[in-house]
Design a protein around this ligand. Sequence first.
Ligand SMILES: Nc1ncnc2c1ncn2[C@@H]1O[C@H](COP(=O)(O)OP(=O)(O)O)[C@@H](O)[C@H]1O
Ligand SMILES: [Mg+2]
Length: 290
Amino acid sequence: MASNTNNNGCVIETRGLTKSYKGFFWTKQKVSALNNLDLTVKKGEIFGLLGPNGSGKTTTVKLLLGLIFPTSGSVKILGKPSSDVKSKSRIGFLPEETYLYKFLNSYETLDFYGQLFNLPKTLRKERTDELLKLVGIASEGKRPLKQYSKGMLRRIGLAQALINDPELLILDEPTSGLDPMGARDMKDLILDMKNRGKTVFMCSHLLADVQDICDRVAILNKGTLQVIGTVQELISKNDTVEILARNLSKDALSEIERFIRDKKGEVVSVGNPTTTLEELFIKVVKASAK
Ligand SMILES: Nc1ncnc2c1ncn2[C@@H]1O[C@H](COP(=O)(O)OP(=O)(O)O)[C@@H](O)[C@H]1O
Ligand SMILES: [Mg+2]
């Protein structure tokens, strides 16, 4: 098997990646979409790029895939520059919008994409059957895509991204337009991909997507990387200790609080655990907007 990483085990490596778009003809002002992005994604991890709308996530994805050229900086993907056509056959891509031919059914769609990758007929049939089962639309496989709901289109989009059995999956807003159940299914499918040894790079503006499944996270705002790390690293507060306990009586709780005060500690809050990635996200975005 071909080596799927470069020497330091990174599947994606960007250095000083910068993109500015030309302004429209009535304005000379350039749009600075991405500034000096340094990022590495390791083999086997799920990496999440988070950011508000317009922060440069899709621009980053297009640069990774070599669909647009950087103004400056470089991208290495599977150990090769993103302009290298050969590595494309080892990448699966789910675009932000599902662009599929609406008059084909799921079987025909996957067969078509399989042909683009030059897969032999028997392998195409095998993969199509397997993938439609995996994404849960085998029973609807014979209906034309124009009759599909948004959730079903997202699922067939993922199946299409997997037709070439890629090592690296790049997913742009994988849960976009999905209801909470559909989003959960999509997240489980992404975790399943990780368990099958694939590397996943996904971007999203939805915090729960990223918090639930990503090993590492980066937050982008106005084209600039703000923070990067594991979810745990980013949201843990080192000067504070959290103790989770069950079945405590009110009296016991008051006694514990008294004990903490006796020991010169401070009781910051007592209550049920809540999600805190949201807090970090808002803080980071607000701070970088100043
Ligand atoms: N083809 C383009 N021409 C000009 N500006 C663009 C183009 N594509 C994106 N932009 C601008 O670049 C910025 C980043 O966009 P994008 O990468 O799509 O953000 P995100 O995916 O995070 O919502 C935005 O200000 C957007 O308007
Ligand atoms: Mg986008």
